[in-house]
Ligand binder design. Structure first.
Ligand code: NAD
Ligand code: ZN
Length: 380
């Protein structure tokens, strides 16, 4: 096959033309990577709830037409000027937040909030020149969180790409590029439950169940799953959840239900719903004196967190995290190795799989609350 390096590639992409309307598979032009960028052939991608919020654009700013997708695995096709850490043929996971390795955040052991490449959901263009690399008949199509993986080829800043073990199966480890690493890291890196502690997980989708898995790996003895959808409970046992609460089945506030179950409150809680009420509940249900709550869900753009300051004075801590505090390039390869060594199971998160032509099925499943991750096979 003739080399595509330096040339425009024509390929298939799933384009969201309007908020909430099914994606259409279109032929798009993908420009070559510019300075500090790489062009990647996406082999597998999956759907995370964050894609759905921005596609619905009910609680988020509308940016259309746009190519969504940020949880994926692929192979580098070509690299732009100045790229030193990636080469054609590398197996990679794109990440919605980046690591420039030079700013104060990247140099801090405590932060993954890179100054240059941190998540920006409203930007639809590349950082380097403010242009999109996607077009149809010359009309630009916007990017999403710097990744746009619902395309056979995409262009991504080098800082948002983790190079991983080429032996890792991309149809499995693609789920580590967002949801599973986020949930796992939220517990292990941020909530840090002591051995024998009690942890509440709000929202038992893939992110929440990865957070539960993190609690189990950390040695928590009770893991209480909270979800409005009781259909989630049976499957959640496989992820270490030991007890369940459906707030709809109680007349008392869920904070009180949890306090009664745990002699005053849980030691740690991790919120993975995106719902502001669940965020407040997740904070207020932790034990005074030592409890720590971690917010992970992406809120409505106008949401406001309201709680009585006394909840803080009583020595509760509230934290939040993107990508489980992992630095994408430095830390993600080692999360992939956790899967390779058998320490971390991924198969149980993957409940569905569809060819690219049926990508809208993945949206339907998520809207119905069915299953966890749906893998989209790009080459079919
Ligand atoms: P999902 O839709 O698969 O799971 C969410 C679960 O939360 C569902 O089971 C739903 O029934 C439950 N839920 C909704 N409202 C609730 C409430 N008020 N109380 C209890 N349970 C409730 O979604 P997902 O893909 O697992 O993502 C979870 C959240 O994490 C989303 O908000 C997503 O945007 C966010 N996210 C954040 C990051 C980050 O880096 N911070 C990364 C990935 C995803
Ligand atoms: Zn995501």
């Amino acid at each position: 096959m003739a080399s595509t390096v330096g040339k425009v590639i024509k390929c298939k992409a799933a384009v969201a033309w309007e908020a909430g309307k099914p994606l259409l598979i279109e032929e798009v032009d993908v420009a070559p990577p510019q300075a500090m960028e790489v062009r990647i052939k996406i082999l597998f991608t999956s759907l995370c709830h964050t894609d759905v919020y921005f596609w619905e654009a009910k609680g988020q700013n509308p940016v259309f037409p746009r190519i969504f997708g940020h949880e994926a695995g692929g192979i580098v096709e070509s690299v732009g000027e100045g790229v030193t850490e990636l080469a054609p043929g590398d197996h990679v996971l794109p990440v919605f937040t980046g690591e420039c390795k030079e700013c104060a955040h990247c140099k801090s052991a405590e932060s993954n909030m890179c100054d240059l490449l941190r998540i920006n959901t409203d930007r639809g263009v590349m950082i380097g020149d403010g242009q999109s690399r996607f077009s149809i008949n010359g009309k630009p199509i916007f990017h999403f969180v710097g990744t746009s993986t619902f395309s056979e080829y995409t262009v991504i800043h080098e800082g948002c790409v983790a190079k991983i073990n080429p032996a890792a199966p991309l149809d499995k480890v693609c789920v580590l590029s967002c949801g599973i690493s986020t949930g796992l890291g939220a517990t292990i890196n941020v909530a840090k439950p002591p051995k024998g502690s009690t942890v509440a997980i709000f929202g038992l989708g893939a992110v929440g169940l990865a957070a539960a898995e993190g609690a189990r790996l950390a040695g928590a003895s009770r893991i209480i799953g909270v979800d409005l959808n009781s259909d989630r409970f049976e499957a959640a046992r496989k992820f270490g959840c030991t007890e369940f609460v459906n707030p709809k089945e109680h007349t008392k506030p869920v904070q009180q239900v949890l306090a009664e179950m745990t002699n005053g409150g849980v030691d740690r809680s991790v919120e993975c719903t995106g719902n502001i009420n669940a965020m407040i509940q997740a904070f207020e249900c932790v034990h005074d004196g030592w409890g720590v709550a971690v917010l992970v869900g992406v809120p409505h753009k106008d949401a406001e967190f309201k709680t009585h300051p006394m909840n803080f004075l009583n020595e509760r801590t509230l934290r939040g995290t993107f990508f489980g505090n992992y630095k994408p390039r430095t830390d993600l390869p080692s999360v992939v190795e956790k899967y390779m060594s058998g320490e971390l199971e991924l198969d149980k998160f993957i409940t569905h799989s569809v060819p690219f032509s049926e990508i809208n099925t993945a949206f339907d499943l998520m809207l119905k609350g069915e299953g966890l991750r749906c893998i989209i096979r790009m080459d079919e």
